[in-house]
Design a protein around this ligand. Structure first.
Ligand SMILES: [Mn+2]
Length: 438
């Protein structure tokens, strides 16, 4: 095993914490630490405990690592993670000289003796530990360590999570609810593994990542629906939209060409998807974006959107032309703070000027609103099959132009690749990206 194994180091010093827990420590805190180490009620469904990962993902044994980087019993020289002395009030419980893990985001050392008043704060800190620390074998793409609902509750009560100087958005696109129906309707091209796709699971994964990562909002850049969608799929999706709404995570959207087509399905098993979208909007589970600013989760970010062909949910069926020119667009004035623009058309620079539906550089140059980034749907594969570079561009004026691709493996570019969604963090005038596989 090479030096600095993050998994072994987290496992080892969390085990020290676990062994130090006094019997009077809050029972849920005991269960939470046990869940991370050995499995238990508070471990997220998809996650695997550190003990199991230590066995499956590391070639060397923990004892050998503790020999090389410690006193034989436990690791004392940490190089992959940050550790610290126990808190003053915890020193009496912890073996002399032992170090405890530090929560990576807030930089606070994990507590030992936790009371019922402090348990939310403690669980919120524990939830900062990675679901899959780096080890000898690669991660499998699990992002959430502890039960997302419990984390959310802990963060709300502990008053931690995203501060107002920082906004986090989960950027998703092209969910194509009902895509797997193409197998029976014969409508539209399909990948050979189409029958393995579960639209409802796509929504479930998105909701879990949104809640587990404690994002402020979800933004969907269109093709929410495939052109033939059935009621059962819509009911499943609605339950996850309702869940997000209950957790206080708003979902903003524009629509795509397949959403348009879902208004007139051809197959007897399909229903009017646009009618469903209108219901979601009316009931507050979805919020439409337009050329007027919409404050994201109350601000300070303003979001704008132009649906595919500049035909929004309420205009489906009224317009036949789906072409638009930058000169037709007049954005409403933004409030102070970052501005984002959502699109669902073939735009530059992913596409060449001759091949694009819309010249994004011209749109940005003519816009009275200055955008901090542009989020685009519609494209189903990264350019040049490059999952890192092929979804990230810049316009001529340097505005980041970001894609996330479809949220399900619905194009051949995804034969050997998981679908992804993208977490965006806006802080001051910077935007940071974190991709999550589904
Ligand atoms: Mn699409």
């Amino acid at each position: 095993m090479s030096a600095g194994n993050e998994l072994t180091e987290f496992y080892d010093c969390l085990a020290v914490l676990y062994q130090s827990l006094p019997p009077e420590a809050d029972s849920e805190w005991q269960e939470a630490v046990k869940s991370v180490l050995y499995g238990g009620e508070l471990l997220a469904d998809e996650a695997s405990c550190y003990g199991a990962q230590q066995k499956d993902r590391n070639r060397g044994k923990r004892e050998e690592y503790a020999q090389r980087h410690g006193n034989g019993n436990r690791v004392t020289e940490f190089s992959a993670i940050t550790v610290a002395e126990p808190r003053e009030s915890d020193r009496r419980y912890v073996p002399s000289g032992a170090k405890l893990p530090v929560a990576p985001e807030s930089g606070e050392v994990l507590p030992v003796k936790v009371t019922s008043e402090g348990v939310d704060q403690a669980i919120a800190l524990l939830a900062e530990l990675p679901a899959e620390p780096a080890a000898d074998t690669p991660c499998t793409g699990v992002d959430v360590l502890l039960d997302p609902e419990r984390i959310q509750r802990a963060r709300r009560h502990a008053g931690t999570g995203t501060g107002r100087d920082e906004t986090t958005i989960l950027f998703v696109s092209d969910t194509h609810l009902g895509y797997e129906n193409r197998v029976k309707t014969g409508s539209g091209k399909t990948v050979s593994w189409a029958s393995e796709i579960s639209s409802v699971k796509t929504f479930k994964h998105i909701a879990r990542i949104a809640v587990g990562r404690d994002v402020d909002a979800v933004v969907h850049t269109g093709d929410i629906l495939d052109h033939e969608v059935d009621q059962a799929t819509l009911d499943g999706a609605e339950s996850f939209l309702a869940g997000l709404s209950n957790f206080g995570v708003p979902v903003y959207c524009i629509i795509g060409s397949h959403d348009h087509d879902s208004a007139n399905p051809k197959h007897p098993g399909s229903v009017d998807g646009v009618a469903w979208l209108k219901t979601q909007v009316m009931d507050g589970r979805l919020t439409k974006l337009s050329t007027s600013p919409t404050p994201v989760a109350g601000g300070p970010i303003d979001a704008y959107g132009i649906s595919a062909g500049n035909v929004g949910i309420d205009d489906v069926g009224k317009f036949y032309s789906r072409e638009w020119e930058p000169s037709e667009i007049a954005f409403g004035t933004a409030s102070p703070g970052p501005n984002i623009l959502c699109l669902h058309d073939g735009v530059t620079p992913y596409r060449s000027r001759s091949d694009a539906d819309v010249d994004l550089d011209e749109l940005l140059a003519k816009s009275r609103v200055s955008f901090d980034c542009v989020l685009v749907g519609d494209e189903h594969r990264p350019r040049d099959e490059e999952f890192y570079g092929g979804y990230t561009f810049e316009s001529d004026d340097g505005t980041p132009v970001l894609y996330t691709g479809p949220s399900a493996r619905i194009s051949y570019g995804y034969r050997d690749h998981d679908a992804i969604v993208t977490e965006l963090t806006f802080k001051e005038d910077l935007v940071a990206l974190k991709r999550h596989t589904l």
